[in-house]
Design a protein around this ligand. Structure first.
Ligand code: GRF
Length: 198
């Protein structure tokens, strides 16, 4: 049973999918902590409902990324967190956490990386006119969505699909792909991402 902390900034539908997969016995993990940089985000409410401890912080109240990451790292150590799972966390992870959790920080991104990293990946893909959309789960390194890829799932966009319909389909894929990929990682053990080709 892996002890995980989920980091999120927004609505938290992926946080919920992880909690639900654990409840349904599909993911052998325990969400010990939600770390959130937006105290009013809906994900905080979801965590409270699920009985998960919450650590909120506001980056502007700290002198640097190192300073707030040191505080987060202390809490993670106290709770003996083994893996960090990013789910819509809108900040780059810095050296403090990357060093302490080498190859144990995972992210989900709503595009087929390396295409469309960064913000509004779905909008970027729509504007580009791609026909094949998808989702990527990857290790986190110091870059923006640049870590080694663990899993991907695609779907083909029909011509008449609206942005809302595309987003709905992407989220549906995410909510299945993230828990199943985490389960694969936690049961197979972490592979060294430096051995994988980018
Ligand atoms: C998801 O699309 C995820 O891929 C991206 O941020 C979004 C978070 O959505 N990194 P939610 O807060 O989990 O609903």
């Amino acid at each position: 049973m892996k002890k995980i902390a989920v980091f999120a900034s927004g609505s938290g539908s992926n946080f919920q999918a992880i909690v639900d997969a654990i409840d349904q016995g599909e993911l052998a993990a325990k969400v010990e902590l939600l770390v959130c940089d937006k105290p009013n985000a809906y994900v905080v409410e979801r965590a409270q409902k699920a009985g998960v401890d919450v650590l909120t912080f506001q980056a502007k109240e700290f002198s640097s990324k190192e300073a707030y990451e040191r505080e987060i790292a202390e809490k993670l150590a106290e709770k003996e967190i083994e893996w960090i799972v990013l789910a819509g966390f809108m900040r780059l992870i810095g050296t403090v956490l990357l060093t302490k959790y080498q190859n144990r920080i995972i992210n989900i991104h709503p595009s087929l990386l390396p295409a469309f990293p960064g913000k509004d990946a779905i909008g970027q893909a729509i504007d580009y006119g791609v026909k094949i959309f998808g989702v990527t789960v990857h290790y986190v390194d110091e870059g923006m969505d640049t870590g080694a890829i663990i899993s991907q799932q695609v779907f083909e966009c029909e011509d008449e699909m609206t942005r809302d319909a595309i987003e709905e389909q992407i989220h549906k894929i995410e909510h299945q792909l993230y828990p199943s990929t985490l389960q694969m990682l936690f049961t197979a053990g972490a592979k060294d991402p430096s051995l994988q080709q980018k």
